[in-house]
Design a protein around this ligand. Structure first.
Ligand SMILES: Cc1cc2nc3c(=O)[nH]c(=O)nc-3n(C[C@H](O)[C@H](O)[C@H](O)COP(=O)(O)OP(=O)(O)OC[C@H]3O[C@@H](n4cnc5c(N)ncnc54)[C@H](O)[C@@H]3O)c2cc1C
Length: 378
């Protein structure tokens, strides 16, 4: 009998899991993917859209390829309800049951949580936003640029730092005079990586004349200034922010999330508190055993590693072949500092103390980032 596996959300984590499950299980399972987007962009390439180094069509993967497999079914709609008791999922036009459920719905952007943000701020956190920002940069002739992180947690803890560094270089090369300031509620950059790596990132920012404002939380945005808790404000000519993030509504309504809004899972096997229901990627909250940060940051590299473990374990439980795996919390990411150079961070984020490495910027790590983009697109 064929097992019904339902994968909710087909971003980085869901896509990888659906791909592995359908390959490993063949006719022993039907993999139903629920995802409204037809094409998935690679988020780590979004900064390259901003600076015109990539075209939007070149960083996206078409889900059609996956649906050519006989055991894959794509439902191109939003999930509207997850019913754990009846083991079913509802979309606008369909309702279906699952034997195994994988929730990989990611984190939603919620700009409305900061009044004025949606009207006045650019963001590079979506493909549309990155494309609009690219056009705005072409028309920008200099002045005060404010880059801001509105709330924690947010996806990819290095992304706003990377964007600020690339922006500084881009403006310098274009001979446009700018003053860049970066505000964040975080106490220091990339806190999950610990104080030594944080200091390296702070040094990078100051060496490029970027003013860093930690522990600074935006309360509202007006036409030409951002207002912070305590009443201080920053004037801007161009504002680029990472909007607040939240868990998708359906996840909360299904009772999968805890009070923080995110889904707690067993870090080793990504099981939720409900039988046969797993969650991976940005939608999860995983406590860390060390004091750097209470929860693991939200990163694609984690979603991919978790997808591999869950897919393997579901396939093993169905076929009885192979061995169960455990996720080890390994993560790595690039911090690109210029058009052709990148630094690189990697480590075991779930060990105590975490074992982390910082590799200073070089062309080698930039080429490594290009290679990973190519591999993902292939
Ligand atoms: C600018 C930027 C740069 C980044 N750079 C890096 C990097 O260098 N390295 C790294 O590791 N990470 C990076 N990240 C983070 C990374 O993109 C995310 O952590 C990763 O995408 C998480 O994968 P996921 O599968 O959990 O969620 P996603 O990839 O966000 O996928 C969630 C999917 O669920 C779908 N969905 C949502 N709601 C519903 C619904 N109701 N019904 C059906 N489908 C739904 C969405 O359409 C989406 O396709 C970056 C992110 C950004 C924005």
């Amino acid at each position: 009998m064929s097992t019904n596996i339902v994968v909710l959300g087909c971003g980085l984590g869901g896509l990888s899991a659906a791909d592995l499950l359908s390959k490993q299980l063949g006719s022993r399972a039907t993999v139903t993917i629920v995802e409204p987007r037809a094409k998935i962009p690679l988020p780590s390439s979004l900064p390259w859209i901003v600076f015109g180094w990539r075209e939007p069509g070149k960083i996206q993967k078409d889900l059609k390829k996956l649906t050519k497999r006989k055991n894959v079914r794509l439902v191109s709609e939003q999930v509207e309800k997850i019913d754990i008791n009846s083991r079913s999922v509802k979309t606008q036009s369909q309702e279906f049951r699952y034997d195994k459920l994988l929730v990989s719905l990611g984190a939603e952007l919620a700009p409305e949580e900061v009044p004025g943000l949606d009207s006045y701020s650019h963001t590079f956190y979506t493909l549309d936003g990155a494309t609009k920002l690219r056009d705005a940069l072409e028309d920008f002739h200099g002045g005060a640029i404010v880059v801001g992180i509105c709330r924690t947690p947010f996806k990819c803890p290095v992304a706003p730092y990377e964007l600020s560094l690339l922006l500084e270089e881009y403006m310098r090369r274009a001979k446009k005079k700018v003053e860049i300031q970066l505000f964040t509620p975080e106490p220091h950059p990339v806190p999950a990586a610990g104080s030594v790596i944080s200091k390296q990132v702070e040094r990078l920012l100051s060496s490029r004349g970027i003013k860093y404002l930690p522990k600074t939380r935006a309360t509202k945005v007006e036409r030409d200034r951002v207002v912070f808790e305590g009443g201080s404000a920053l004037r801007y000519d161009l504002l680029i922010t990472v909007p607040p993030h939240r868990s998708p509504r359906v996840v909360v309504e299904a009772g999968l999330a805890e009070s923080s809004g995110w889904v707690p899972v067993n870090p080793q096997n990504l099981a939720t508190k409900f039988e046969n229901v797993y969650a991976i990627g940005d939608v999860t909250s995983i406590e860390t055993p060390h004091g750097h940060v209470p929860y693991l940051p939200k990163a694609g590299v984690f979603a991919l590693g978790q997808a591999e473990v869950v897919a393997n374990n579901i396939a093993t439980s169905i076929t009885g072949k192979g061995q169960m795996k455990q996720w080890d919390g390994h993560g790595a990411c690039h911090l690109q500092v210029s058009k052709s150079e990148s630094a690189f961070l990697q480590g075991a984020f779930l060990s105590n103390p975490p074992k982390l490495e910082f590799h200073p910027a070089s062309r080698k790590w930039y080429l490594d980032k290009v290679k990973r983009e190519k591999n993902w697109l292939a």
